[in-house]
Design a protein around this ligand. Structure first.
Ligand code: BTN
Length: 319
């Protein structure tokens, strides 16, 4: 599928004959591969008698050479086509090598979100990547790490011109109430001893298809900015900012960025409902603590702090 997609990625018409010649297959086999591409990638492929096939728009593929050059010295890089989940692949690589790395893929077939949700990962549309990072300072390094990652992503997207974005506790990045990025952290090993954290980040970059049945309301950079973006240059920006943020987190911990996080928090001072398992807790967001817990005022001035995990946060209708 990748070779066919690479031929079509310029957005120009390519005849069945030309594609067949370049791939070394018959025209009938080209037709079958086009059908498969449509099904597996979710990409629309136009076909016109006498002209051939084309994508509605040119699509820039992930470029291993460019990425390898720009990110040389940051982390060993794995650029993949289709994978179940970059977090899963990162864990497999960690088991094999024991070393930090960065895994990025064109498509995930089982992209995972928090609380067992699915993360939509259509081919060549968005960014899906996982970073394996060593945990050398125990729980102190992990406290607030997911908030630090969210703030780094939000900062990079803002510098690109995205306005109205912010963070939602613990680690979503939203544009108003529409999700543009999600983060999934998984600790591998014992954090009090030797461990690593797998930092999985999904960013909706060029996804525009309204037909994608994502229940939660979502948006993408392309929808917000009105233009498609280079995923290659965006990934380099994100990784450079993220590796700086991870160094700060290691050296100074979450307190160093707590105020910046609160300034970017969309729901600071808003009335919310926190769903903690069966419990529904109402309150007003006061902020986050130095250990990245969410502080809620129950309306009487009594402030209670909640840790991450299985909590969800929704705005109350009347706020
Ligand atoms: C969420 O908001 O629920 C978290 C979504 C995390 C998605 C990313 S995409 C790259 C990495 N691989 C996965 O399977 N999930 C994360």
């Amino acid at each position: 599928m990748h070779d066919l997609f690479a031929i079509l990625s310029d957005g120009e018409f390519h005849s069945g004959e030309e594609i067949g010649r370049r791939l070394g297959i018959t025209r009938a086999a080209v037709w079958k591969q086009i059908q498969r591409l449509r099904e597996e990638s979710g990409q629309e492929v136009e076909s016109q008698r006498g002209k051939g096939y084309r994508l509605p728009n040119a699509v820039e593929m992930l470029d291993p050479d460019y990425l390898g050059k720009e990110l040389a010295g940051v982390l060993p890089l794995h650029v993949l086509q289709t994978i179940d989940s970059t977090n899963e692949e990162a864990k497999r690589l960690l088991r094999k090598t024991g070393k930090p790395c960065l895994v990025v893929a064109e498509q995930q077939t089982s992209g995972r979100g928090r609380r067992g949700r699915h993360w939509h990962s259509p081919y060549a549309a968005n960014l899906y990547f996982s970073l394996v990072w060593p945990v050398v300072a125990g729980m102190r390094q992990l406290e607030g790490l997911s908030l630090a990652v969210g703030l780094s992503v939000q900062g990079t997207l803002t510098r690109l011109g995205l306005t109205d974005s912010g963070v939602k506790w613990p680690n979503d990045v939203l544009v108003q109430d529409r999700k543009i990025s999600g983060i999934l952290l998984e600790v591998v090993g014992d954090p009090t001893d030797r461990s690593h954290v797998v930092i999985g980040v999904g960013i909706n970059v060029n996804m525009v298809a309204e037909q994608l049945a994502i229940k939660q309301s979502w948006t993408s950079l392309a929808l917000e900015l009105g233009r498609t973006l280079s995923r290659n240059t965006l990934l380099v920006e994100l990784i450079c900012d993220l590796s700086d943020a991870l160094q700060v987190q290691l050296a100074d911990g979450f307190p160093a960025i707590r105020e910046a996080w609160q300034a970017a928090s969309l729901w600071q001072g808003r009335k919310v409902v926190l769903q903690a398992g069966e419990n529904r807790i109402e309150g007003t967001v006061v902020g986050v603590t130095d250990t990245a817990e969410l502080a809620l005022d129950d309306g009487t001035g009594k402030i209670t702090c909640y840790a991450g995990g299985e909590l969800t946060l929704r705005l109350r209708d009347d706020s």
